[in-house]
Design a protein around this ligand. Structure first.
Ligand code: PLP
Length: 227
């Protein structure tokens, strides 16, 4: 068995992140209940997650369907009110599992996936919150709809597939100041009448909150660097 870092460190860092979030919300002059902290638990084992649940946190994010399937059904039995968001790429052959498992899917990024989601949401009679992922820096290696194609894709989601989209999600390019990208995502959302913005990670969630984030996704800021 490998040694696990003490859970108390996770809880201390969670408390620190929460405080920084409140400070950022206040300095932006926003209302304190508008930002959700999505605690990102990829690679983190069930015991450590359970301690975060026992401390009262309820909103989590995973980036792989298969990893989530191995951890979350059991945790959900004990904590039925938890909320799980998919923040990583979704293949169409995993849509059934994703709709069963997740309360939010933040990575809707192509017509084929939107269509498969619409069909599965109807079949399972569920209503996961959906976010369209925007490839905000137009990076070839990154998933997401190009900023210039987002309006048309949103229209297609609504009109062709009957999907209700809650907001937009992005991951800005590494090693560049993120604020212009956050501002661009906010602008695309506003002109499409969307109110939810999933943006900001451990290194930049304060700046994302400044620019209107409603969900920040924090992993290493709570659990330490992933090995
Ligand atoms: C891993 C991950 C995060 C969290 O990143 P940290 O830098 O560890 O906070 C946020 N969003 C996505 C999409 C991720 O894959």
């Amino acid at each position: 068995m490998t040694a696990q870092p003490p859970v108390s460190d996770d809880l201390d860092r969670l408390a620190t992140v929460r405080k920084s979030i409140v400070r950022a919300i206040e300095s932006a002059g926003r209302k304190t209940d508008v930002v959700r902290l999505v605690c990102v638990t990829k690679t983190i084992d069930k015991n450590r997650i359970q301690s975060i649940l026992e401390a009262g946190h309820r909103h989590f994010g995973e980036n792989r369907v298969q990893e989530a399937e191995a951890k979350w059904p059991e945790l959900r039995k004990r904590f039925p009110d938890l909320r799980l968001s998919l923040i990583g790429p979704l293949q169409t052959n995993k849509v059934r599992e994703a709709v069963e498992l997740f309360d939010a899917i933040e990575t809707v990024d192509r017509p084929k996936l939107a269509q498969a989601l619409a069909k599965e949401i109807d079949r399972q009679n569920k209503a996961p919150e959906l976010f369209v992922q925007v490839n905000i820096g137009e990076e070839p290696q990154k998933a997401g709809v190009a900023p210039g194609e987002t309006d048309a894709f949103l229209r297609q989601c609504r009109e062709a597939f009957g999907l209700r989209i809650a907001g937009l999600m992005c991951i800005p390019p590494l090693g560049e100041p993120p604020s212009p990208y956050f501002a661009l995502l906010a602008k695309i959302a506003a002109r499409n009448g969307l109110t939810r913005l999933s943006m900001g990670m451990s290194s930049d969630f304060e700046r994302a909150i400044q620019l209107g984030a409603t969900e920040v996704r924090v992993g290493s800021g709570i659990f330490g660097e992933r090995s």
